[in-house]
Ligand binder design. Structure first.
Ligand code: GLA
Length: 394
């Protein structure tokens, strides 16, 4: 929806007039490379999309939050004094979790009527939850600052951490910082090279050189994703503890270079743990080589590194599955494809491919047809634009 469309839907739902409605927005992300590295203090390279979450809201003068999504039937009402009680909500739990975290950080939660509109596919691996969290955090932090006479702009990196804390403490997903950071800090036509240990970042212009970034959603519903995700995290912790004995100076897997790893990897006896750690350490190295390839204008090499990343996530980290593997393998067959890989946590969700402009139609047609034949239902394609991060729309 456009801001004007969401305003008129808002008025149908809550009445009143347009003047006192505010609009906040935050995008989803596509991660170009650097998967399952963020929570290991490694490198990631995501970019913000032009699809995301838009919130229309109006202060209601009550100690209640009322919220609804444009594509869901029910209106959810929350009591600001009891925000801990909404953990089991199927929709609205992210928002409640964000409010709880904002309260811990000293913000006030101002009572509001709200309408949410999402343009991201749910469960598509494009961080629809981070978009909701960051948009919600920004909206409430803005209102709190205004109430308390604070005139500085909202600290968007802080909003990213608030969103992550909501996932950890309210929704039981032990996620890294990548998704919320990209949603908060994205910049049009740029990707973000983020060092998740130091939290240093650099915006890298995406010169696509006659190519398009195409996202393909498997449309697979993934229900086990969060438990598998937490399992991978603890496997990494196990491997890290072994390496730390031999390399006491390290504070996370992100500190271990490929060369250092060669000298100590024999210490990891469990094959599964060894595979997981091998992925993380080489993936970090691939991110560094990707940044260099893009700065050198070598998009072909960047594509190859993306494909290598998928193979590693498939064989070593084991987070792909038939649907993502089929999409990637079908993409690799097309001559105009420079690289293709899963993006996000895996276990369903989407792939991202670099496709020569003139091959985009063939890509959609062939990948779509072959995937549907093998998997039994169709994927969805998005030729993606890279957009800006979270903001108020005035
Ligand atoms: C999910 C998490 C991120 C990151 C990716 C995998 O998207 O939210 O923090 O760990 O998976 O790279």
């Amino acid at each position: 929806m456009t801001p004007n469309e969401i305003k008129s839907e808002f008025i149908k739902l809550y009445g009143g007039s347009e003047e006192d409605i505010r609009i906040f927005y935050s995008p989803g992300r596509v991660n170009l490379i650097g998967e399952h590295t963020d929570y290991n203090g490694g490198f990631v390279f995501p970019a913000a999309l032009t699809m995301g979450t838009m919130i229309a809201l109006r202060v209601n003068g009550e100690s209640k939050l009322r919220m609804k999504a444009t594509d869901l039937p029910d209106l959810v009402e929350m009591d600001i004094d009891n925000l801990d009680n909404y953990r089991d909500l199927w929709w609205g739990n992210y928002q409640a979790g964000v409010c709880v975290e904002l309260l811990k950080e000293g913000y006030d939660i101002v009572g509001c009527d709200m309408l949410y509109d999402d343009t991201l596919p749910h469960g598509g691996g494009l961080s629809s939850s981070a978009a909701i969290e960051v948009a919600t955090a920004l909206a409430f932090a803005t209102l709190s600052n205004e109430k308390n006479g604070i005139t500085e702009p909202v600290d968007m990196i802080k909003m990213a951490f608030i969103g992550q804390a909501a996932e950890h403490n309210y929704c039981n997903v032990n996620c890294g910082i990548m998704d919320q950071f990209a949603s908060a800090m994205g910049k049009r036509d740029h990707a973000i090279f983020l060092d998740c240990k130091k939290m240093d970042y650099q915006l890298v212009p995406l010169k696509m050189d006659g190519c398009k970034l195409v996202i393909t959603n498997t449309n697979k519903k993934h229900s086990l994703a969060s438990s598998k995700y937490n399992e991978r995290r603890s496997e990494c912790d196990t491997g890290y503890a072994i390496l730390k004995e031999a390399l006491p100076e390290i504070t996370c897997l992100g500190d271990v270079t490929v060369e250092m790893f060669e000298g100590v990897k024999h210490l990891i006896k469990d094959e599964i743990i060894l595979n997981r750690i091998t992925h993380v350490i080489n993936e970090d190295d691939r991110v560094l080589r990707s940044i260099k390839s893009l700065t050198d204008g070598d998009i072909e090499l960047f594509g190859k590194l993306m494909t290598e990343s998928h193979v590693s996530l498939r064989d070593l980290y084991e987070v792909t599955g038939d649907e993502l593997d089929t999409l990637a393998a079908e993409a690799w067959k097309i001559p105009g494809v420079l690289g293709s890989r899963m993006t996000g946590a895996g276990f369903g969700g989407s792939t991202v491919s670099i496709v020569k402009e003139e091959a985009v139609d063939e890509f959609k047609e062939k990948v779509g047809k072959n995937y549907t034949e093998k998997i039994g239902y169709a994927p969805t394609f998005y030729v993606c634009d890279i957009g800006d991060g979270g903001r108020e729309i005035k």
